[in-house]
Write a protein that binds this ligand. Structure first.
Ligand code: NAD
Length: 323
């Protein structure tokens, strides 16, 4: 029943004027990257998310080789609500075939994405995982190309995404002010890795909207563990497994604890969680509501932090060596 859920908190996204729900819908699972998801489940998950107050949906042509965009498009269309009621981000530059941050490719990319999403515009177009390209090309060629797409009304705002945190300062220090509106960082604000904290003052000083993704560390902080392709070290995987087992023994859920940890920092405008079922949507929204009402389970959190202490802030390599 919709009435049993208060609306999720809305938070300002930098100086975009957008207000994103604290929990955002990460649509990579709709591309079946964490296991097969039927079209019926994908559409139902999007519907339930919107019904419970999630207004932000993130995808990419890379997720499931365009499948995620198609599934999200079907889900959004089935909502049958005015376009202004939800916020959509997609990405460019990363594809199943590889990386291409050229102006020509990203300009073509948005039209392909809009067709798959069945939309006239997206709210945010991100350069996807820029550490795999030349950051100087991103500064000098990709961002100016995206600026033209913004002027053409195909995207309202521009973002950059990637794993190493230094990519953000490198690019933001070199582009004209106001040409990048948001950043999307992942796996750096969860119980096992909170290094995004150090970058928050810099991003706030530039009024950049902050999107943090993967509060469950791409499956590390779940009962069933990460997918096979997960890049974490065996040491990190087993520490997270031990933390999950500890929670289970206490009758607690590691995923709920992990999401609540990420949601607690209000400088982060929205926390993108990957969701593939109505059940996960309901659990995650309930976790946010429980946090707002009762606060965090500090006792279990400190026990889990102690278990993860030996691997705290351990990450993995991503991208090419920048010259
Ligand atoms: P995540 O940490 O959100 O974990 C997703 C996994 O957790 C999936 O297997 C999902 O089914 C599962 N899950 C979700 N809710 C659960 C619950 N209540 N209980 C148990 N399991 C649950 O990782 P993610 O999906 O990689 O990240 C979230 C989103 O952020 C992505 O879908 C994508 O939209 C975005 N993202 C972007 C980038 C990038 O731009 N480079 C990188 C990572 C993620």
């Amino acid at each position: 029943m919709a009435a049993s859920y208060p609306k999720l908190q809305l938070r300002k996204l930098g100086n975009t004027g957008l207000k994103t729900s604290s929990v955002g819908f990460g649509a990579s699972p709709l591309g079946s990257v964490f296991g097969l998801v039927s079209e019926e489940d994908a559409v139902a998950s999007v519907r339930e998310a919107f019904r419970l107050g999630i207004n932000f949906f993130d995808t990419s042509p890379y997720y499931g080789g365009t499948l995620s965009e198609k599934m999200l498009g079907k889900g959004l269309k089935a909502l049958d609500v005015p376009r202004s009621e939800y916020i959509v981000s997609t990405k460019c530059g990363r594809y199943a075939e590889g990386f291409d941050f050229s102006a020509e490719r990203v300009t073509r990319s948005i039209d392909e994405s809009l067709a798959r999403l069945q939309l006239d515009y997206v709210d945010i177009l991100h350069c996807h995982d820029i550490e795999f390209g030349s950051l100087d090309q991103v500064v000098n060629e990709t961002i100016p190309a995206l600026q033209k797409l913004k002027e053409a009304g195909k995207t309202r705002f521009i973002g950059i995404t990637g794993l190493p945190l230094e990519i953000f300062t490198y690019v933001l220090d070199r582009v004209p002010p106001g040409s990048i509106d948001v950043i999307l960082s992942y796996c750096h604000y969860s119980i096992n890795d909170s290094t995004l904290l150090d970058l928050l003052p810099y991003l706030k000083s530039k009024e950049i909207g902050i999107i943090s993704a993967s509060p469950l560390a791409m499956g590390l902080l779940t009962d069933y563990g990460p997918p096979e392709w997960h890049p974490a070290s065996p040491e990190l995987k087993s520490a997270c497994q031990a933390a999950a087992a500890h929670c289970k023994k206490k009758g607690k859920h590691i995923s709920k604890l992990a999401l609540q940890y990420s949601l607690s920092n209000k400088d982060i405008s929205t926390v993108l969680v990957g969701m593939n079922s109505v059940r996960q949507v309901e659990e995650n929204v309930a976790a946010a509501e429980e946090l707002a009402t009762f606060g965090r389970d500090e006792e279990t959190l400190s026990e889990v932090e102690a278990i993860l202490h030996p691997v705290k802030n351990q990450t993995w390599p991503s991208g090419i060596q920048q010259s």
